[in-house]
Design a protein around this ligand. Structure first.
Ligand code: CO8
Length: 258
C-alpha cells in the first residue's frame, strides 16, 4: 500500500512510522488511521521487524482527531459507523512493542494514540492534553480511561475538565511518559531503546507486553497468576536455556526466538 499520510522506514529491525500531515499538525483522520493500522499490521507480519517506533513532527506528534472532518457528522453517523473504534482495536491487537516518540503537541486523539503505544518517550517540548471539552465533547479514545489509570483521578479530571496542557516535565512526574530527552535527541533515544528491545527474544518481549497490558484488565491475584504461568511457560523455549547458559558462561546471549 502506498501511503500518503504516514512514512514508514525499516532500519536495524525497527519500523519507524512517522505521522505526516504537516498542514494539519498530524490530525488523525480516517485515511491516516487506516494507513497506520495497515503499516502496523505489516510490521507485525514482517519477521525483520522486532520493534516499532511511532513518531510525528517536531511541532506535533498529533494535535488530535481531525476536527474539520468530524465537525458536521451526526450522532447516527459516528455511532453506527463506530468512528475510530475498529482502528483503535486494531492498534491494540499489535503484539510487537510500539514506542511513541512524542515531540510538540499530543492532544486529544494524539495523546490517546500515544497512550495506546507501550511506552512514551517525550522530548522536552512535548505538550499533552485532552482539550475535547473546549469543543463541546469529551475524550473518546482513552483520555478518560487510560489517562486516569496512568496519572490518577485528580490530574486526569483536571486535564479532561479544564482542557489544560501538561508539559513534558509534569508528564514524566505524573507517570505518563517514561523518559524526557532534549528535542534533538528524541529519535536517537527512541530508536536506541527500540534496538535494545530488538536484541531480546521476541517470545519474552511479546509475553512481557501481554502481561503488563493484562495488569490493566484483571484483578491483582488473576494478573499475578497469569504472570507466573507465563513465566513458567517460557521455560519451554530454547531462548530461556540460551539466556541462562549465556549468563553462566559470561557471554552475550544469542536469541533465536525459539
Ligand atoms: N483537526 C484539524 N485540523 C487541525 C487540528 C485538528 N485537531 N489541529 C490543528 N489543525 C490545523 C489547524 O486548523 C491549522 O490549519 P489551517 O492552517 O488550515 O488553519 C493547522 O493545523 C495549524 O494549526 P494552528 O494554526 O492552530 O497552529 P497553532 O500553533 O496556532 O496551534 C494547537 C496549535 C494549539 C495545537 C491548535 O492547532 C489546536 O488547538 N488544535 C486543536 C487541538 C484539539 O482540540 N484537539 C482535540 C481534537 S478532538 C479529538 O482529538 C477527539 C479524539 C477522540 C475521537 C473519538 C472517536 C471515538
Amino acid at each position: 500500500m502506498a501511503y500518503e499520510t504516514i512514512i514508514v522506514e525499516v532500519e536495524d529491525h525497527v519500523a519507524k512510522i512517522t505521522l505526516n500531515r504537516p498542514d494539519a499538525l498530524n490530525a488523525l483522520n480516517s485515511q491516516l488511521l487506516s494507513e497506520l493500522v495497515d503499516a502496523l499490521q505489516d510490521a507485525q507480519g514482517n519477521d525483520k521487524v522486532r520493534c516499532i517506533v511511532l513518531t510525528g513532527s517536531e511541532k506535533a506528534f498529533a494535535a488530535g482527531a481531525d476536527i474539520k472532518m468530524m465537525a458536521e457528522k451526526s450522532f447516527v453517523e459516528v455511532f453506527s459507523g463506530d468512528l475510530f473504534g475498529p482502528e483503535a482495536d486494531a492498534i491494540m491487537r499489535v503484539r510487537k512493542p510500539i514506542i511513541a516518540a512524542v515531540s510538540g503537541y499530543a492532544l486529544g486523539g494524539g495523546c490517546e494514540l500515544a497512550m495506546m503505544c507501550d511506552f512514551i518517550i517525550a522530548s522536552d517540548t512535548a505538550k499533552f492534553g485532552q482539550p475535547e471539552i473546549n469543543l463541546g465533547v469529551m475524550a473518546g479514545l482513552g483520555g478518560s480511561q487510560r489517562l486516569t489509570r496512568f496519572i490518577g483521578k485528580s490530574k486526569s479530571m483536571d486535564m479532561n475538565l479544564t482542557g489544560r496542557f501538561m508539559d513534558a516535565e509534569e508528564a514524566e512526574r505524573a507517570g505518563l511518559v517514561s523518559r524526557v530527552v532534549p528535542a534533538k535527541k528524541l529519535l536517537d533515544e527512541a530508536m536506541s531503546a527500540a534496538q535494545k528491545i530488538a536484541e531480546k527474544s521476541m517470545v519474552s518481549v511479546m509475553a512481557v507486553k501481554e502481561a503488563v497490558n493484562r495488569s490493566y484488565e484483571v484483578p491483582l491475584a488473576e494478573g499475578l497468576l497469569f504472570e507466573r504461568r507465563v513465566f513458567h511457560s517460557l521455560f519451554a523455549t530454547e531462548d530461556q536455556k540460551e539466556g541462562m547458559a549465556a549468563f553462566a558462561e559470561k557471554r552475550e546471549a544469542q536469541f533465536r526466538d525459539k
